[in-house]
Design a protein around this ligand. Structure first.
Ligand SMILES: [Ca+2]
Ligand SMILES: [Ca+2]
Length: 133
């Protein structure tokens, strides 16, 4: 999407983490990959003490002040090998939402997951069942 326009930007943050091949999952405060973004190459069992990292469109904004828990409204999986499982509760509990590798959910509104996610982990389907990555 609009990330293309940011190539080469000398921002303090790093929009490149959310492009294809980054190996990260990107979580956004608003629908359509808008607002502050957080990115992960690893699991996180509890968002409660975590914040967003940056706003790709407004690099000077201080997203560190915005809590990640119960606020995510869109997701892009830029993983290279695995899918991501997103959960309503911490500890990988509660109703889950799977975002396949390379896929995105541009708007969680209307689902039980909008402004509700509290943890995520990477998993891979081995042909029989999902295993942790
Ligand atoms: Ca939101
Ligand atoms: Ca929650």
């Amino acid at each position: 999407m609009a990330f293309v326009a940011l190539s080469g930007a000398a921002a303090a943050s790093d929009p490149e983490v959310c492009v294809s091949g980054s190996g990260h999952v990107c979580l956004y405060l608003h629908a359509g990959n808008q607002g502050c973004a957080a990115h992960y190459g690893y699991n996180d069992p509890n968002y409660r003490n975590n914040s967003y990292d940056f706003n790709p469109y407004h690099p000077s904004w201080n997203c560190d002040l915005i809590g990640l828990n119960d606020s995510i409204s869109s997701i892009t999986n830029r993983g290279n090998y695995c899918d991501t499982f997103h959960y309503r509760h911490s500890g990988y509990n509660g109703f889950e939402r799977i975002v396949l590798r390379g896929a995105q959910v541009s708007d969680l509104a209307g689902s039980d997951h909008n402004d509700a996610l509290s943890s995520h982990r990477w998993k891979r389907f081995n042909g029989y069942y999902y295993e942790n990555c």
